[in-house]
Write a protein that binds this ligand. Structure first.
Ligand code: NDP
Length: 444
């Protein structure tokens, strides 16, 4: 058995009941085969793959808080600090009932390579809780966030570990957590990113993941003789990533016609009305039925179905494993020629394989959605300088980073004989830098 297969087996045996983590490790390690085979003796002696698949540490803690009825509630908090070979741990905090240690580990593991791809000095980490902010009052969300930070503060810091937002963690939650960190530690530092503009946040951070997704997609299409202008685009999700992906797609002349949330989806053949979507999701925090009620051209469907719509480009921007083999078959049958992942691991392994076999251009999330973390790293730079940059300056840097990421992964894929396979390219380009740093730093 080869080294890659041995390590995959070992990870599965050592981390039972964590299918998402197994999936992420498999996807990454299998695509690293060309590099691993070229360096097998060295990597084996240094146990490089065993080390890179084992988090530096996993922190799990109790988060008690009091709800509006005076009832004490208990959630579980997590922070997985995966790898800091190239910089402080960096990665978001997910607040969603589905959160468990396996999901946080899969996200933290992917984050190592994504952060490396940005070419900025940030390591990989991820955290969160099974707390659901949906339906909670602001006071309850604050009570949860303060209790969460009462434990998390021990492990984070501007040069140590810098968490950010993710599903369920937006500006409101980051604000409450930042306030509590400052109160406990008595220091004002860039310990979290995604902060409000009045206290150290960066312009363009809100837009960054969605905009970055489109910048990378645009470059990928350009290098393959195609263009976004005039194309019909299917988008899933209706959160931060989806909203700004839709906005930038429209600015580039594309026509996004769908969006979705966890209960249903919208088909709007006239093109999604971004202002209305923002009003429903960002201001009212309401369901998509409200979008359909206010927009005569839109049809609302219960459940899942975005990928059945005829489109040229698909942008999954909701959550992991939301685009499976049947969805991939429907996309190919409808003539879709490009899929770029706004969410983390939204496409199953089988679906990815099918899309690639059918010559669909496929940009994996760790490259395509890296604009968020890249702009978080720009927020860290601004905090360290105690300066803030203009929207245009940050946006221009973001665009440069995304174009650069695409060329790095394109080059890596070509270098190892996998031209056009951007999954292999992204994993190799992200891995090589981290591997070099780990080897240089010795056994630690
Ligand atoms: P949000 O919480 O803002 O939005 C998530 C959206 O996806 C919501 O519309 C939500 O619906 C929907 N959704 C969540 N879970 C499910 C589910 N199980 N089934 C169907 N729909 C679901 O999160 P973001 O937009 O920030 O994140 C979306 C994805 O992008 C995640 O995978 C995240 O890890 C990834 N990502 C985010 C970055 C960022 O900067 N925000 C950076 C890089 C990656 P509902 O409103 O009903 O909950």
């Amino acid at each position: 058995m080869g080294y890659v297969d041995e390590v995959i087996e070992r990870v599965i045996a050592k981390n039972p009941g964590e299918p998402e983590f197994h999936q992420a490790v498999k996807e990454v390690l299998e695509s690293l085969r060309p590099v691993v085979e070229a360096n097998e003796a060295l990597y084996r002696r240094e146990a490089l793959l065993e080390r890179i698949t084992e988090p530096d540490r996993q922190i799990k803690f109790r988060v008690p808080w009091v709800d509006d009825k005076g009832q004490v509630q208990v959630n579980t908090g997590y922070r997985v600090q995966f790898n800091n070979a190239i910089g402080p741990y960096k990665g978001g905090l997910r607040l969603h009932p589905s959160v468990n240690v396996g999901i946080i580990k899969f996200l933290g593991f992917e984050q190592i390579f994504k952060n490396s791809l940005t070419s900025l000095p940030i390591g990989g980490g991820k955290g969160g809780s099974d707390f659901d902010p949906k339906g909670k009052s602001d006071r309850e969300v604050m009570a949860f966030c303060q209790s969460f930070m009462n434990e998390l503060y021990k492990y984070i810091g501007a040069d140590e570990d810098v968490p950010a937002g993710d599903i369920g963690t937006g500006a409101r939650e980051i604000g409450y957590m930042f306030g509590q960190y400052k109160k406990i530690r008595g220091v004002y530092e860039g310990v979290l990113t995604g902060k409000g503009l009045s206290y150290g946040g960066s312009l363009a951070r809100t837009e960054a993941t969605g905009y970055g997704l489109l910048y990378l997609t645009e470059e990928m299409l350009k290098c393959n003789g195609k263009d976004i202008a005039g194309k019909t685009i299917a988008v899933s999700g209706a959160g931060n990533v989806a909203i700004y992906a839709i906005q930038k797609a429209q600015q580039l002349g594309g026509k996004p016609v769908t969006c979705s949330d966890s209960t249903g989806w919208i088909y709007d053949p006239e093109g999604i009305d971004v202002a209305l979507l923002k009003e429903v999701k960002e201001v009212k925090r309401a369901r998509l039925t409200e979008y359909a009620a206010a927009r005569p051209s839109a049809v609302y469907h219960e459940g899942k179905g975005v990928w059945t719509v005829k489109c040229d480009i698909a942008l999954p921007c909701a959550t992991q494993n939301e685009l499976d083999l049947d969805d991939a078959k429907a996309l190919v049958a409808n003539g879709c020629f490009a899929v770029a992942e706004g969410a983390n691991m939204p496409t199953t392994l089988e679906a990815t394989k099918y899309l690639q076999e059918n010559k669909v251009l496929f940009a994996p999330g760790k490259a395509a959605n890296a604009g968020g973390v890249a702009t978080s790293a720009l927020e860290m730079s601004q905090n360290s300088e105690r300066l803030s940059w203009s929207f245009e300056e940050v946006d221009a840097k973001l665009k440069g980073i995304m174009v650069n990421i695409f060329h790095n992964l394109d080059d890596a894929a070509k270098k190892y004989g996998h031209e056009g396979d951007y999954v292999v390219g992204a994993n190799i380009a992200g891995f090589e830098k981290v591997a070099t740093a780990m080897l240089a730093q010795g056994v630690c």
